[in-house]
Ligand binder design. Structure first.
Ligand SMILES: C[S@@+](CC[C@H](N)C(=O)[O-])C[C@H]1O[C@@H](n2cnc3c(N)ncnc32)[C@H](O)[C@@H]1O
Ligand code: SF4
Length: 373
């Protein structure tokens, strides 16, 4: 299988944020990170990537927690084993408190898309989330990196934090937009089972769905007024600054995941590496997700409906499974008309487009369930 998109999970953080259930090991020692890099190098070599890759996404965890020497080693091995298109998008997630000027310089020599986890510009709300970064660290990271005029620059924000007002959320958006960034990801806080936040807020009033929906609608309108457009349920960009890696994933293109807890997709089957550093270092087999191909095709289609643009016949033709199963565009249109009849306010259907309305994006789960029948 040829992979043109690669995700690398760097599973380390200085400590766990109170809301996060992504797989990461807090406060790792140098030897653990070195062991991770050794195993990652083996996996990169075994992947035998032979055609130029279009996108690499380095996520975590906190990739920027690695020391300069570790990052240099990491970048050298990616260069060695991953052939890249000259136009390849290389993204990396960074936490502000981990970015010294020297490290920032090193990172910018390798990546061309930065994603900075701010979460909130309001220190009281960050404290509620158990975030570590100080205002001064966020400012320093944004101003020093931004001054380098890197083309694609993202900030991650979270809304729907208990106690957060609409005004406070608007202020966060205003502050983000004022930093002249090209991309903002805005995630509604989910209280994940087993996290410190789930325990802390047990029985307390969380933000209700209606206020969260109001925040989401306001986000779209506010950022639109700054020419930063919603292009997926939680993602906003200036024209041309959309994240190519995520777009390829949402539209069902294959991707190779490397590192513990990473998922891969070959266009047909998915597999996920163990969410345990020990098991992954031991070489335990990934968990396979092999499902009926018709169901997989429907799954690919509904994930693509998370985008504002939705599907057209050309995009659909590019789906690997569609090519092998010969499920043509007219079959998708037939299904779309059935769903539209059930939920006229959730879906737009025309000869060459199937997409969700604004309400449909907000109620994506309902549309997805209806699509699956
Ligand atoms: C897993 S983190 C990795 C990036 C980096 N370590 C950071 O903290 O910014 C990626 C993003 O997922 C989002 N996220 C993680 N857990 C979340 C939750 N429970 N609710 C909403 N967003 C969440 C955060 O916005 C975060 O920036
Ligand atoms: S949100 Fe980021 S820094 Fe916080 S625990 Fe999750 S991966 Fe680590």
């Amino acid at each position: 299988m040829f992979f043109e998109n690669v995700y690398i999970h760097i599973p380390f953080c200085s400590r766990k944020c109170d809301y996060c259930s992504f797989f990461s090991v807090p406060n790792p020692g140098k030897s653990l990170i070195d062991a991770y890099l050794n195993r990652l190098e083996e996996d990169l070599a075994d992947a035998n990537l032979s055609i130029p890759v279009k996108t690499i996404y380095i996520g975590g965890g906190t990739p920027s927690l690695l020391s300069c020497a570790q990052l240099e080693r990491f970048y050298a091995m990616v260069r060695k084993y991953v052939p890249l298109l000259p136009s390849a998008e290389i993204s990396m997630e960074c936490n502000p408190e981990t970015l010294s000027p020297e490290k920032g310089e090193l990172i910018l020599n390798f990546v061309n898309r930065l994603s900075i986890g701010v979460q909130s510009f309001n220190h009281k709300l960050r404290a509620k989330l158990g975030r570590q970064s100080k205002d001064s660290e966020i400012e320093a990271a944004l101003s020093s990196l931004r001054s380098r005029r890197i083309k694609d620059f993202n900030i991650d924000l979270i809304y729907g934090i208990p106690g957060q007002s609409l005004k406070e959320w608007e202020h966060d958006l205003e502050t983000a937009a004022a930093h002249d960034i090209s991309h903002i990801s805005c995630y509604c806080l989910t209280i994940e089972e087993g996290t410190a936040l789930a325990t802390a807020f047990e029985g307390e009033n969380l933000i209700d769905d209606e206020i969260a929906a109001e925040m989401w609608s306001m986000t779209g309108a506010f950022l639109e007024s700054r020419k930063i457009r919603r292009y997926e349920i939680s993602n906003y960009a200036k024209p041309g600054a959309e994240c190519a890696h995520n777009i390829n994933v949402w539209y069902g293109q294959p991707y190779l995941g490397l590192g513990p807890a990473s998922t891969s997709f070959d266009g047909k089957d998915r597999w996920t590496q163990p969410s345990s550093l020990e098991k992954w270092l031991d070489g335990q087999a990934p968990e396979m997700d092999i499902i009926d191909l018709e169901y997989r095709m429907a799954e690919i289609f509904i994930i693509g409906l998370r985008t504002v643009e939705g599907w057209n016949s050309n995009r659909w033709k590019e789906v690997f499974l569609q090519k092998t199963m010969y499920v043509d565009w007219s079959t998708m249109l037939e299904r779309a008309f059935v769903v539209k009849k059930l939920h006229p306010d959730l879906m737009n259907v025309s000869d060459d487009n199937i997409s969700l309305t604004e309400k449909g994006l907000l109620f994506w789960n309902t549309a997805a369930e209806a699509w699956l029948g």
